[in-house]
Design a protein. Structure first.
Length: 251
């Protein structure tokens, strides 16, 4: 098969697929021939993401941390008559908060978005996942590094790393592969949004650059290529981490 169409005939779901890494993954999987369901919390962003892949996808509005929204997402996929060959659990996020200023609300919201959301996305997807499907979770190099004021977010991504290994074993009898793609600091609206203004954002990004051996931020398209590899039949890989971080985590 043409490498450009290696996902032809397959169906994917990308959660949190309207911006940054998620959007790049949506576009890459569609370009490889997959039909892609996309979720996001904002309808205008969702419409734009779907428009970027034309007839190759469908948008479903939903918040991955809301279990009712997750039910609606999978009901919509089921009603379409399709099943899933690829599931990229990408929805999530977090902000800066040092231990001295952390609130219960910050803690709960970050774990809800990144851990509870991922867990129940996969659980609710199980009836629709074909045997031999590929599940990819978005991790973070922060799980392997110490980032001041980013501890709770890093802890959620460490949880994702652990869950990936467990789920890979649990789903192996169905030949479902479960892997963790691990971006380093990536040039996305979300990363810039951690800063209060554009000037502060440039300082933040420059600080990240200084800690990356290859000397620049990761580009979303580079993460998308790694996701495509893990999604494809080329990958006899499960329970693993694939770093796309310019060497940051192991410098």
């Amino acid at each position: 098969m043409d490498a450009q169409q290696e996902l032809a005939g397959k169906t994917a779901l990308v959660t949190g697929g309207t911006k940054g890494i998620g959007l790049a993954v949506v576009q890459r999987l569609a370009a490889a021939g997959a039909y892609v369901f996309v979720t996001g919390r904002t309808q205008s962003d969702l419409d734009a993401a779907v428009a970027s892949i034309g007839e190759r996808g469908t948008g479903i509005r939903g918040d991955a941390s809301d279990l009712d929204d997750l039910d609606a997402v999978f009901n919509a996929i089921r009603d379409s008559g399709r099943r899933l060959d690829v599931l990229h659990i990408n929805a999530g996020g977090g902000g800066f908060a040092g231990l001295h200023e952390l609130t219960v609300e910050d803690f709960d919201a970050t774990f809800a978005r990144n851990v509870r959301g991922a867990t129940f996305t996969l659980q609710k997807a199980l009836p629709l996942l074909n045997d031999g499907a590929s599940v990819i979770l978005t991790g973070s190099s922060t799980a392997d590094t110490a980032a001041p004021n980013f501890g709770v977010y890093a802890a959620t991504k460490a949880a994702i790393r652990s869950l990936t290994r467990t789920w890979a074993i649990e789903l192996a009898p169905r030949r479902i592969r479960v892997n963790n793609v691990v971006p380093g600091p990536t040039e996305t609206p979300g990363l810039r949004g951690l800063a209060p203004n554009e000037k502060a954002a440039e300082v933040l990004l420059n600080n990240f650059n200084q800690n990356i051996p290859l000397g620049r931020l990761v580009q979303p398209a580079e993460v998308a290529e790694a996701v495509l590899f893990l999604a494809s039949d080329r990958s006899f890989t499960t329970g693993s981490e694939l770093f796309v971080d310019g060497g940051e985590a192991h410098a």
